[in-house]
Design a protein around this ligand. Structure first.
Ligand code: ADP
Ligand code: MG
Length: 250
């Protein structure tokens, strides 16, 4: 579903990604761990067309991100083509960014109606089902300010799912939450994983990574230092940098 080969990204003189290689299979849950500033968010943003890759190849579901291949020539995708591809990927950020003037259900209905051309009735039916799925059936008429951070984040997950994405990206989805609200959000993500969603999750929740991830990638300084099963990377890391990081977060 995702294939990165030598992916590089720089911001001016700052080399942020220095050749990332990894593969995410359909239905796989990959957790990316690593210290702040190691390039985790930048990598997710590259997958989701929010940043352009400078070198290397990055593809989603067999198609190069940002380019179209015709014969042996590459063409940069136009804005509307990029927008179309982005709809196939759901992204959930640390900050939930719900529309404040819309209810929970309206937040979820917005993109299907405005972007995909769903009827309001169909978007409402699917939205209601999604709210039920994230445990918030009774909150559909609530505005974001009337919801806890954890509830807002679950609405944000439902909103991403409303576009029926083939890939979900999570960038530290629980880092901004009070500790007692983290569990509900992780619970929704765990269910999503069990249903077979392909997920790339940047997280500091080591227990979640250990229990839910099929693979764990430790990034540091813009490179993949170590990758493998949760047991390999979290329980018996081989590299000193991984060991040092884990000793700080575990
Ligand atoms: P992480 O998510 O692992 O904390 P980031 O991908 O957010 O790391 O950032 C990696 C590095 O890239 C940091 O040094 C950050 O300051 C820098 N960076 C990220 N985005 C930009 C940008 N748009 N312009 C300049 N520097 C950036
Ligand atoms: Mg980040």
């Amino acid at each position: 579903m995702v294939k990165a080969e030598g992916v590089c990204k720089r911001f001016g003189p700052l080399e942020v990604l220095k050749g990332i290689d990894l593969e995410v299979q359909p239905g796989e849950v990959m957790c990316i761990i690593g210290p702040s500033g190691s390039g985790k968010s930048t990598f997710l943003r590259c997958i989701n067309h929010l940043e352009k890759v400078d070198a290397g190849r990055l593809s989603v579901d067999g198609e190069l991100v940002g380019y179209q291949q015709k014969g042996d020539k590459l063409y940069e995708l136009k804005e509307d083509e990029v927008a179309r591809k982005r709809r196939e990927i759901g992204m959930v950020f640390q900050r939930f960014n719900l529309f404040p003037h819309m209810t929970a259900l309206e937040n979820i209905m917005e993109a299907p109606v405005q972007v995909k051309g769903s009827t309001k009735a169909a978007a409402r039916e699917f939205g209601t089902a999604l709210l039920h799925r994230v445990g918030l059936a009774e909150k559909e008429k609530n505005y974001p300010r009337q919801l806890s951070g954890g509830q807002q984040q679950r609405v944000a997950i439902a909103r991403a799912l409303a576009m029926s994405p083939k890939l979900m990206l999570f960038d530290e989805p629980t880092s901004a939450l009070d500790p007692e609200l983290v569990g509900d959000v992780l619970g929704v993500m765990r269910e999503l994983a069990e249903e077979g969603m392909t997920m790339v999750v940047v997280t500091h929740e080591m227990e979640f990574a250990r229990e839910v991830a099929d693979s764990v990638v430790f990034m540091d300084g813009g490179v993949v230092v170590e990758a493998g099963s949760p047991d390999d990377v979290i329980r018996s890391p081989k590299h000193e940098r991984t060991k040092a990081f884990l000793s700080r977060v575990l």
